[in-house]
Design a protein around this ligand. Structure first.
Ligand code: SF4
Length: 184
């Protein structure tokens, strides 16, 4: 077997026992590798409007430590983010700004509804509040609670990571022309 830095033989690694590649070779397909990398390097953009913000801050702080999941850095720029956290109540006057942020984000992108207000409007069943952000954005994960506990937020993040890691299409990808192949 070649050492580190040795040039690999033409035509790929020599077969080991039973045709398996010899130890020291790492092979994979590109799609699972990209899905794995995306799963553990989500960059989030928090769109924070209301009281759920306190629970979001709590989840980001040391006691719960979002950095354990490779998603600890809010970018504060949609162009550097691929996960949109909608945290709190969204009123119709805010909807165009939220939509603009979403359209400026990196692709592929995912959306998380943080709390009952973002998911379904909460108890604000009135003319001014958007009754769920999926009225204006494709949403991938809904986290219930008023507000959700940090444990629920982390579970929502892990659910999203599992979907990304499996190479599932995001709701954004499903809406693209020619959607039908797996992410990657
Ligand atoms: S779900 Fe509850 S805590 Fe969160 S923004 Fe709505 S009212 Fe506030």
């Amino acid at each position: 077997m070649g050492g580190v830095g040795d040039r690999p033989p033409a035509g790929g690694p020599p077969p080991g026992p039973a045709g398996a590649p010899q130890a020291g070779w790492l092979t994979t397909r590109l799609d699972p590798l990209l899905a794995w990398a995306r799963r553990w390097s989500l960059f989030q953009y928090p769109f924070v409007t209301a009281c759920c913000a306190m629970e979001f801050m709590s989840t980001m702080c040391a006691h719960f430590d979002m950095s354990r999941f490779g998603a600890e850095i809010p970018r504060w720029s949609p162009r550097q983010s691929d996960v949109l956290w909608v945290v709190g109540t969204i009123v119709h006057k805010q909807a165009p700004a939220l939509r603009r942020v979403y359209e400026q984000m990196c692709e592929p992108k995912w959306v998380v509804a943080f709390g009952t207000c973002a998911a379904v409007g909460g108890f604000y069943d009135n003319y001014s509040v958007v009754q769920g952000i999926d009225k204006i954005l494709p949403c991938d994960v809904y986290i219930p609670g008023c507000p959700p506990r940090p444990e629920a937020v982390i579970e929502g993040l892990m659910l999203l990571q599992e979907k990304v890691g499996r190479g599932e299409l995001s709701r954004w990808q499903q809406q693209q022309p020619g959607a039908g192949r797996k992410a990657g």
